[in-house]
Write a protein that binds this ligand. Structure first.
Ligand code: NAP
Length: 342
């Protein structure tokens, strides 16, 4: 075990991005670490998460999470190891999941950390991806929000990403009649079909989404898992069968937009077809965490659920990892690795 550090290297928000974030929007700083007080932990972070929702927090706008403060270290999902503990029930060396990301080390209240037990054969970083918030989002969105039923034909956008790749695989495991995915490169499309068991997939950059979706699912879809919004959502509404259900999970195509989006223009179809379009935030569905971990753990152990990761090394590369994730440089979960487990 290394001796306790006195400094944490951290990423602060230097400027609010206009459109796509730029390197100058971030600043690396070395911050003095206070000694942990009563009930607190000193944690060495090993894996950090970059997530699309963080882009929204960089704007000075009201949302379901408050904006990041300018000039301050940002927060986000992190998996670390306890170096010092002044809290009962959390021993030194325990693995903890917490929200003090964007930094190499954190001093935090033990109540804000969840001790996790690694699963055999599953990397620890999975607690930020397939076994973490993105995995739970896929599970909740498909099974509860979209009310998936065996036999449904399912379309997932952002299908090669952290949430989408799990949503599509769960649909297959739960008996979908067809699973169609869209992603932004030929390699990702091949990955969906060859590695993740999607029945059909297309590259949304190759042509209009509506035409490509019609070709992939000529009989229509029952469920749409929306990670992208905009043109994808419009195409899915057009493709939906009567009583189709859509889980509105994210709208990444508009996160960097500097003017209001143009669509979907066909919302009135939802009336005659009696469609359900339902937005959700994963944190409102924490009650499904136990069932999710049991099922996902079982699928992972059996090799039925695959979880790709794209790993970027080092805290200094974290802004680039975040910008890269927004630009589609990741397949599966984008992870920033700060070190290896002891
Ligand atoms: P991710 O899919 O792993 O990474 C983002 C991906 O978005 C990129 O890899 C890129 O892949 C795609 N993308 C970027 N710009 C795009 C565009 N203009 N059109 C289409 N695709 C684009 O991220 P994630 O963590 O799994 O999140 C996926 C979605 O779920 C996001 O919208 C996120 O906000 C949402 N989410 C919602 C909740 C919730 O509680 N509601 C929780 C977690 C995540 P391509 O190469 O395919 O373009």
């Amino acid at each position: 075990m290394p001796t306790s550090p006195t400094l944490s290297r951290e990423v602060a928000l230097a400027a609010r991005p206009q459109g796509a974030p730029q390197p100058s929007d971030f600043r690396l700083t070395d911050v003095e670490l206070p000694p942990p007080g009563e009930g607190q932990l000193l944690v060495r972070n090993l894996f950090l998460s970059v997530d699309p929702y963080m882009r929204g927090r960089m704007n000075d706008a009201r949302s379901y999470t408050p904006p990041f403060a300018l000039g301050e270290t940002m927060t986000g999902g992190a998996l670390g190891q306890v170096l010092e503990s002044r809290a009962e029930g959390v021993p030194v060396r325990a693995w903890v999941l917490h929200d003090q990301g964007w930094r190499t080390h954190a001093v935090l209240e033990a109540g804000r950390a969840r001790v996790v037990t690694p699963l055999p054969g599953v990397p620890l970083s999975a607690f930020l991806g397939v076994l973490g918030m993105p995995g739970l989002t896929a599970y909740v969105g498909l099974l509860r929000v979209a009310e998936f039923r065996a036999g449904d034909a399912v379309f997932v956008s952002g299908a090669a990403g952290a949430v989408g790749s799990v949503a599509g695989q769960i649909a297959r495991l739960k008996g979908a009649s067809q699973v169609v995915g869209s992603a932004g490169s030929a390699d990702k499309v091949a990955h969906l079909k060859n590695d993740l068991g999607f029945d059909a997939a297309f590259n949304y950059r190759d042509g209009p989404v509506a035409a490509q979706l019609r070709e992939a699912a000529p009989d229509g879809i029952d469920v749409y898992f929306d990670n992208v919004g905009g043109e994808h959502l419009e195409a899915a509404i057009s493709a939906m069968r009567p009583f189709g259900r859509s889980a509105l999970c994210g709208a990444i195509s508009v996160y960097n937009a500097t003017r209001p989006p143009e669509g979907p223009r066909n919302l009135a179809l939802a009336i005659g077809r009696q469609l359900t379009l339902r937005g959700f935030i994963v944190s409102s569905h924490a009650d499904m965490q136990g069932a999710f971990l049991r099922e996902a753990g079982g699928w992972l152990a059996a090799g039925e659920l695959k979880a790709e990761e794209t790993v970027v090394d080092g805290i200094d590369a974290m802004p680039a990892a975040f910008m890269g994730m927004l630009a589609g440089q990741n397949t599966g979960k984008m992870i920033v690795r700060l070190g290896e487990p002891d």
